[in-house]
Design a binder for this molecule. Structure first.
Ligand code: PLP
Length: 410
């Protein structure tokens, strides 16, 4: 048996150093619990970055994937496979528009690449895009060009463009940026990587109106917020009920742990990408699609959208009830939250919670992201709330004391 430290050392020696060295290795999971390579059990409150929406080893996903991999694991797009058709139909139906069309990819960034090409095709002659500061749309060059985080972009410039980045939530700045030479506006209804920041009320409607006035397309990136994370199929439905984007992208939660992405385009953009315009060998892979169908079935059958809202409210109320000088607040929707800290000690709090058996993510220096599986028990959430004060105490001890040390007596 190999433990955490052995696996981490091997990781360091063999894997490109694009990520911070992870603090532990996970071996297995069940529901909202995971076990590391030293045998320690954790309550998983981050779910592989908002991915494992049904938790780990969910019987519906296991059965669907097992059945499909033993039947037909791959076809390519030279032939039709039934799970991909069924999934495209289901995703189209989630938008409520029978004219919608779906491109299936393998990741979030690929879903956004497809969206970007759709926008380019639908608005020939317009190059300019608008996106939000702090936004995240992926790491491949097209999606990176829309990502409003200068440090991620700078080493790879020049990127496709031009892209204007506007302050997130500022309606006037958005209106001013969306001129008649803009092809598309890319936004998250809740900025996930920026620290679970929901759009202000009215912002998404204003984006829709600005796009309509300028003849630009509205692309909503629901890669992190989709499939119940915020309490509805798409997070924008919680924030701006009735809003109709032109394109929606999905990934993370959709596959319940299997890699998949989807770009859903609505009329009149649904047919913008034409034969030969785009492709993916693995996109629409039957195993990934079978997993996604199992996720959609289970979310509906088990009422997980409502569960996300109810348990998310319970979690937020619990955290609001914690009285600690390092705790500055809680934001977010459903089971997608950020615990806001009064000092930049999120990594220390994350580490203290890990030592106490809870996995969370220090998404910003002063914010902890929580995105647990939607199947998590109330008892696990309550246990997390109970563990928070002592984790905050541990992090407090790492802060340099503000008051001077007492003078030594002579
Ligand atoms: C994670 C994420 C992406 C990128 O997804 P990958 O699967 O990592 O390529 C894009 N947009 C948002 C909002 C995300 O959270």
């Amino acid at each position: 048996m190999t433990g955490n430290s052995d696996l981490i050392a091997r990781w360091d020696a063999a894997v490109m150093p694009t990520y911070a060295t992870p603090p532990l290795a996970l071996l297995r999971g069940e529901g909202a619990h995971v076990w590391d390579a030293d045998g320690m059990r954790y309550v998983d409150l981050i779910a592989g970055i908002a991915v494992s929406i049904l938790g780990h080893a969910h019987p519906a996903v296991v059965a669907a994937v097992t059945r499909q991999v033993a039947t037909l694991a791959h076809t390519s797009n030279l032939t039709v496979n039934e799970p991909s058709v069924a999934l495209a139909e289901r995703l189209r139906d989630l938008t409520g528009d029978p004219g919608g069309r779906v491109f299936l990819a393998n990741s979030g960034t690929e879903a956004n690449e497809a969206a970007l090409k759709c926008v380019r095709r639908a608005r020939p002659g317009r190059r300019r895009m608008v996106a939000a500061q702090g936004g995240f749309h992926g790491r491949t060059l097209g999606s990176l060009s829309l990502t409003g985080q200068p440090a991620k972009r700078a080493p790879f410039e020049p990127l496709p463009g031009p892209v204007d980045f506007v302050p997130y939530g500022d309606v006037d700045a958005l209106r001013a940026a969306v001129t008649t030479d803009v092809a598309g506006v890319f936004l998250e209804a809740v900025q996930g990587e920026a620290g679970v920041l929901p759009a202000s009320p009215g912002y998404l409607e204003a984006a829709r109106a600005a796009c309509d006035d300028a003849g630009a397309l509205l692309v909503l990136d629901e890669i992190q917020g989709g499939i119940g994370r915020a309490g509805s199929w798409f997070s924008h439905q919680v924030i701006a009920p009735g809003l109709r984007p032109d394109i929606v992208t999905l990934a993370k939660g959709l596959g319940g742990g299997l890699p998949i992405g989807a770009c859903i385009a609505l009329p009149p953009v649904a047919g913008a990408l034409r034969r030969g315009d785009h492709g993916s060998t693995f996109g629409g892979n039957p195993v990934a699609c079978a997993a996604a169908l199992a996720v959609l079935d289970t979310v509906r059958a088990d009422g997980l959208l409502g569960r996300s809202t109810v348990l998310g409210g319970r979690l937020a109320d619990g955290i609001r009830g914690v009285d600690h000088p390092l705790l500055a607040g809680i934001r977010g929707l459903g089971l997608w939250r950020a615990v806001v800290l009064a000092a930049p000690v999120a990594p220390a709090v994350e580490a203290a919670l890990r030592a106490a058996g809870f996995l969370v993510n220090a998404v910003a220096p002063d914010a902890l992201r929580l995105a647990p599986p939607l199947v998590i028990d109330a008892a696990d959430l309550d246990a997390f709330v109970g563990a928070l004060p002592s984790a905050l105490d541990v992090a407090s001890a790492t802060l340099v004391p503000i008051s001077p040390a007492p003078m030594e007596e002579t």
